[in-house]
Design a binder for this molecule. Sequence first.
Ligand SMILES: [Mn+2]
Length: 475
Amino acid sequence: MRLLHLADLHLGQVYGHFDRLPEQEAVLGQILQIIEERRVDALLVAGDVFHRVHPPARAVRMWYRFLSEAQRRQPTLEVVAVAGNHDPVARFEVAEPFARPQGIQLVARLARRDSGALDPQRVLVPLHDATGRPRAVCVAVPFLRPADLRCDASQPGWLRAGVEAVYAEAFELAREAVAAAATQGHALGVVATGHLEVAGTAVTSEAELRTPFDGAESPSAAALFPTDLAYVALGHVHLPQAVGGRENVRYAGSPLPLSMSEVGYAHQAVLVELDAQGTFAGYESCKLTPPVEMIRVPRSAPGRAKAAPLGDVLVELDATLAEASAAPNATPKQWPYLAVHVLDEPSATDCVRERVEAALEGKAARLVQIRRERPSPASPPATSSPGADQERAPTLPAFEPQSLAELDPEEVFTLCYDRAQATSHPGENHNGSHGNGAAEEIPVEMRAYLRELIAEARERLTPSNDDALAEEREA
Ligand SMILES: [Mn+2]
């Protein structure tokens, strides 16, 4: 049977102040084509369907339309979609009464029985081929929150232990289902979903950094996923890759670059083949084409600084846009996104934004970010300063009001935390000898509570606001 693995759609993302739904619709169109042409039996969506806990109504509509259109084109298609950390937990499953009878499973939290044991009826989803024959069972695990776990939070490493325990219990249930099916003459493969950072994963995106296990704390693929699994469809990390050296344990990555840090690699969906015995028989990466270009000035290149003095930036901006020039009849919704990173020199003027905007006058480009970076005291304030450690420079980045739109509350908290650490332990970590420049990581437990708080705050925001804003923007 044939599976299509997607993740991190982030529908409803607003970049700078530009709505990305038109691009997302275009990419969903490419995915529909793959589903139809390749006769996909089951679609696995590994979390972060939406960008925010309160997605705009148009994003929700787009998601349901996509599911419905996918089944119109491929009527036997089954779908398993689990929620990621960006998704609205309470509302992700609300369409279930309609979706479930259609073979669409929407899973946002772990269903348990009164005994506390996982409910196999909800955690396991049977998957069939086009003839209706059972071929696999999917262990549908969403992004796990502390409330989903059954473990002693006072023990060190409880988060990891709790997550490992959930997967171990779910795979035990899957084994029982496989054994039961074998007595009926069916050979089932076991596939699984997950929305988490697995140890040893390469991360390039700023968006998914520092969640949810804080690097060292995250569980390994070996600890989580037994080797007899047919396939593991992962989400959360936006860089597509195999995990733990296993070709059948993969992150699909984001179908569209969400920010400049996700440019420079191919975006894709993963087509997976299971043989008649339900074992992994290979995969194919189906390339997706981003409809809009993303440009960062200065252009990034290995060994090149991420920021440049304003004068250099303006010169490069001019040359880049002359060369990029979108099709002459392109509408503003097709114009490339532009991010500008300016090095803040002591002599720099205060009107960086005005000068950049003036340079863009009449140009077909959409400015999403002006980032001003202070030169780090350890390196000379020249364009040629090595850029390797600039991801998180030892000095904290200066904030431009507009870049706030891109910031996530957790990121703000992390920066404040780093700043507080830097002032309470001056000199300890100020020379940039630690690559990430962070004084000390936020304790895992503190971060877990912070996330709960943020989720709660988001739930309490009036949902109508987004929609009103979106309609206004569209008008
Ligand atoms: Mn994501």
